[in-house]
Design a protein around this ligand. Structure first.
Ligand code: THU
Length: 136
C-alpha cells in the first residue's frame, strides 16, 4: 500500500461529494463512484440507484460506467469507490463490466473510517471471461 497521489485524492473527493445523490432507501448503504477517463477528461460520477423491485438496483460503479459510455468515453484509468458505512469493493457484476470497458485499471476503495485500499482490477477478477474466450 502507498499514500494516494493528489489526483487520486481528488478523485476520491469527487466520489465522496456525490454520496448524497445515492438512492439507497432499502439497503441504507449509499455508494458513489468516480471513474477517471484515460484522456484526462473530467471524471464521471455514479451512485447506486435502488428500486422497490430490489433486483433491478444498479450499483454506483456501473452507473458511472454506463454514463461514461453514453458520453462516448471508452478508455479509463482509475475508479474510486466510496461508501457511507464501510468500504465497498466492487461487486462481481461490476468487476465484470469494468473489465470489459476499462481493462486492468486501478481500483481505489475508500471508506469514512479513513481506510484506503488500492487494487488492480486483475486482482479482483482473476481469470476473467472476456472477448478472448469468445474466439475459437
Ligand atoms: N453496491 C454498489 O453500488 N456497488 C457495489 O460494488 C456493491 C454494492 C450497492 C448496491 C446496493 O444498492 C447496495 O450497495 C447494497 O448492496
Amino acid at each position: 500500500m502507498r499514500a494516494p497521489t493528489a489526483a487520486e485524492l481528488q478523485l476520491y473527493a469527487l466520489a465522496e461529494a456525490a454520496i448524497g445523490n445515492a438512492y439507497a432507501p432499502y439497503s441504507r448503504f449509499p455508494v458513489s463512484a468516480a471513474l477517471q477517463p484515460a484522456d484526462g477528461a473530467e471524471p464521471i460520477i455514479g451512485v447506486n440507484v435502488e428500486n422497490a423491485s430490489y433486483g433491478v438496483t444498479m450499483c454506483a460503479e456501473r452507473s458511472a460506467l454506463f454514463a461514461a459510455v453514453a458520453m462516448g468515453i471508452r478508455r479509463f484509468e482509475t475508479v474510486a469507490v466510496h461508501a457511507e458505512a464501510t468500504s465497498c469493493p466492487p461487486c462481481g457484476a461490476c468487476r465484470q463490466l469494468l473489465w470489459e470497458y476499462c481493462g486492468n485499471i486501478t481500483v481505489h476503495v475508500h471508506s469514512l473510517q479513513g481506510m484506503s485500499t488500492e487494487y488492480k482490477l486483475s486482482e479482483l477478477l482473476p481469470n476473467p471471461f472476456d472477448d478472448h474466450n469468445l474466439k475459437a
